[in-house]
Design a binder for this molecule. Sequence first.
Ligand code: NOJ
Length: 555
Amino acid sequence: MNTTDQWWKKSVVYQIYPRSFHDSNGDGIGDLPGIIEKLDYLKLLGVDIIWLSPIYDSPNDDNGYDIRNYQEIMNEFGTMADFDQLLEEIHKRDMKLMMDLVVNHTSDEHEWFVQSKQSKDNPYRDYYIWREGKDGKAPNNWGSFFSGPAWEYDEATNEYYLHIFSKKQPDLNWENPKVRQEIYQMMKFWLEKGVDGFRMDVINMISKAPGLPDGEQHSGQLFGDGAPNFMNGPRIHEFLQEMNKEVLSQYPTITVGEMPGTTPEDAILYTNPERHEVNMIFTFEHMDLDSAPGGKWNLKPLYLLDLKENLAKWQTALHNKGWNSLYWNNHDQPRIVSRFGNDEEYRVESATMLAACLHFMQGTPYIYQGEEIGMTNVKFSALDEYRDIETINMYKERKSQGYSHEEIMASIYAKGRDNARTPMQWDDEEHAGFTTGTPWIKVNPRYHEVNVKSALEDKNSIFYFYQKLIALRKELDIIVEGDFQLLLQDHPQLFAYKRKWQEESLIVICNFGDKDVDMDNELLTRISDYNAILSNYPSSSIEKLRPFEAVVLTR
Ligand code: NOJ
């Protein structure tokens, strides 16, 4: 594969969570015509590819990640004609479209599962993972990501089915070649329509360890840790290579596999072009650095040294061996400016610093809707203002374990997925210009101050900073090609790195703190012949970096 085939290396992706992006018909739910109305805005930002979270027919137990019909559009989002128009309008603007491919599981309302549940000898029985109970209990001790066991008992056939996510998301049985063929045909249906690629939902979970053995049970945990038995399983590379051969290799696609529990060594296996699997993966390691043992709800402050070490490890390991994706945000993560920045006094400075820190690394950057205007986390006071199944189930589980309301809410404020899912803030009118009706989830009350309209009116806004980052990636090949070296490794407040390619060098220096910091003298001397090409303050002097200041220099 030559570099022109690898167009996705130079691209920037923008993720849309359709439910919360823009509502065109006043039902309080974002939709496809609503997205079409905002394409010029995305073109102005300069992104190349749009990734849509699932838009398929779904009962919405998990907002579309539970698919009832892969070849129909969700009613609330519009029709197939709307989709065709959206694709055409995206292509007309010289952008591309990536679909979400959710094939580790379907909805329990998918026709395959409806059939599968009917009897043990139904032709679809083996499309899913059914097992007999063990000693009157579930077949193994795995827990679901959305609380409770990963198994649901079905009285009619006296067996259990596996669901790593909600019980309305039964896992497909990839061991069955018929399942794989159905999925490949479905992928071709979308590729034939002209879509440009897929983001593959938890795709490293499709191969499960034979025998589905119990997971280790850590103290204080309600269930065993099944992850080693269903992440990066024994046939995962075989399945991905088969999918590549039968489908992906026949179209010019961009593919990114969402893969929790992967190391850089795994990532090389998944993304080395010679292995013909996927172009890049989403790692979670940097998103887990502010969690204490026991999972994401157990909070711990981020230590900058951990973040530097982790990102540097991925940068160096994958250079010339695979390809990184770069992200701070998506629909499952809290807002980065609230998480690793300061969303009050230094909202603009910290949002732009974080953007610079990420966008000069090697890999394909992903921007999540609202990140480009510095949208922040929310704090709703009552549980019934939250919509996310993971959040609601966790609240109930922790309550039953004796946690206080305040403790649980602190976790939700820091990590809950609804932080990312409040409606996009377009202006300072009612409901932030997202809808004329009642939004399906409350709007972040800060929309008066944080919105697209005011960002577009202010030439120093976060929006224009992102626009510059995207433009620079197109101009400077070093951003795409250069190697990576961490500088000031032990500095507790500065994240600095160097990129090098042919005769060129580029240096990024970011102050992660809310205090001024003196530049390291030795580095200062080393960069005396560099020129600053970007800063997130109106004027910059690199001798002293102000709160959340970022400076980028080249030579
Ligand atoms: C990962 C998706 O990003 C998340 O939103 C979803 O709940 C799970 N996979 C299950 O599909």
